[in-house]
Write a protein that binds this ligand. Structure first.
Ligand SMILES: [Zn+2]
Length: 454
């Protein structure tokens, strides 16, 4: 008897433990997960009723259904209502309102989002979530107007634009080009006004720039920058590669940067002229893309002549096409101005600046980069010695380095580059006081005058 009863109680205990185990298992299994769907709405407090409502619904066990309803006074609009046969993945919704909702006159609307997941929890009904947001209705586009700009922009060159941009809930604005570059503007002179230098890369056949402003309600304003593009022709040179050249500095550089002996001379050349150039230019583009956000009233810049009594040995924008044994093997654009004087000549900056780079940069050898403000940078390649270092402030007419032949340079010279927000531009323009006054400082002075009259 006693034994039997012990057996019985053991069985009861086992069954009990099995049930507990089963409950614990179900409690922890994905099938019975108890996490509610997470609903987020990207619209940031404002909406124009036309831009898509961006809603994300996430859940670990998948979604069973969701519904999005728009309420305004007594009216309501179902924007989405979906039920899934099998658990659905996370939803990234971009919902548009029906046309008749565009005409709503109310100052605000309420958006209600409900979702249920595919969990078997809650007696197989799943976990439900609900989110309500109130959005202020703003149908007015940001205000945009150009105050002043350069009269024209030369292919490969620079221009300036000053504009006014205003909106109570401005989200972003910039100057966008037909080739996808976005120039960031800096506050100018008085609140609501902005300035940016814009540039036409020598490799782009056409130029068009548009100011684009977007508010947090989704309203977009666009305004074309009234600058006339002038299509300048650049030199195209065919260069025959000699074995002597290929076995000289080119191979030296290729070996120094890890190309092994087994590579042929053309492979080594292509490595230096294409891969290394690309990587080194990327370093330059990254470090010259930044713009400060402090308010400026002018760009106090004097004409640049980094090397005194220098000869131009290679022009900006030269398109070089390389041939070997009668066949085209590679090409490149020369994106600076090569200046030569005596070996190890002093290089001066005529303008105050901050040193933003002072290191070895592949084909550019020992390279310095200076920042002059308003997204304007200068670079100095192939130096033998650098006399300033990263973080230093440079005074006007300070000697910053000595010319040399480090990197991809056949003789002692300076590779002088000017960049605007990461784009190489014609140094000749910045070496011409007349051009600076007419194209850059003049329009900025004109803009200050017009702003004062408002
Ligand atoms: Zn050069």
């Amino acid at each position: 008897m006693r034994k039997k009863s012990k057996m019985g109680s053991m069985m009861v205990t086992t069954i009990f433990l099995a049930i507990i185990g089963g409950v614990v298992y179900l409690y922890n299994s994905a099938m019975f997960e108890r996490e509610k769907p997470v609903i987020t709405i990207e619209n940031d407090g404002y909406w124009n009723l036309r831009a898509p409502l961006k809603i994300n619904i996430d859940d670990a066990s998948g979604l069973l259904e969701y519904k999005v309803t728009l309420y305004s006074g007594d009216e309501s609009f179902v924007l989405a209502d979906e039920r899934f046969a099998t658990p659905a993945e996370n939803q990234k919704l971009e919902l548009k309102t029906p046309k008749r909702a565009y005409a709503l006159k109310s100052k605000e609307v309420r958006v209600e989002i409900t979702a249920t997941d595919a969990s078997k929890w809650n007696f197989f009904t799943g976990n439900g979530a609900k989110k309500e947001v109130t959005l202020q209705i703003d149908k007015r586009r940001p205000y945009l107007s150009t105050i002043a700009s350069s009269y024209r922009i030369i292919k490969g060159g620079t221009a300036v634009v000053v504009f006014k941009a205003e909106d109570t809930n401005m989200e972003s604005f910039y100057v966008e080009t037909n080739f996808g570059k976005k120039f960031i503007a800096q506050p100018f002179y008085k609140e609501g006004y902005y300035v940016t230098l814009i540039a036409w890369p020598v490799t782009e056949p056409t130029f068009r720039a548009t100011i684009v402003a977007t508010d947090s309600a989704g309203n977009v304003a666009k305004s074309l920058v009234p600058v006339i593009p002038y299509n300048k022709k650049y030199k195209v040179s065919k260069i025959k590669l000699s074995d002597r050249f290929l076995n000289g500095k080119v191979s030296e550089l290729a070996y120094a940067y890890g190309v092994d002996d087994s590579a042929g001379i053309i492979e080594r050349f292509k490595y230096v002229n294409e891969e290394m150039r690309h990587d080194n230019e990327e370093v330059i583009h990254d470090l010259t893309s930044k713009v400060s956000d402090s308010m400026v009233r002018s760009l106090p810049i004097k004409k640049m002549y980094p090397l005194k009594n220098a000869q131009v040995v290679a022009q900006f924008g030269d398109h070089r096409i390389y041939y070997y044994q009668g066949e085209e093997v590679s090409e490149a654009y020369h994106l600076g101005l090569d200046l030569a004087s005596n070996a190890m000549s002093p290089i001066k900056s005529q303008n105050p600046a901050t040193v933003v780079y002072g290191q070895e940069n592949g084909i550019y050898g020992n390279m310095l980069a200076l920042y002059h403000g308003l997204g304007l940078y200068t670079i100095y390649g192939h130096c033998s010695t650098q006399l300033v270092k990263e973080g230093d402030s440079v005074r006007s007419n300070e000697v910053i380095a000595k010319t040399g032949r480090s990197g991809y340079a056949m003789g002692d010279h300076l590779h002088f580059g000017v960049l605007v927000q990461g784009i190489e531009v014609r140094p000749q323009e910045w070496m011409d006081q007349d051009w600076i006054r007419k194209s850059i400082t003049g329009p900025m002075r004109e803009a200050r005058k017009l702003i004062n009259q408002r």
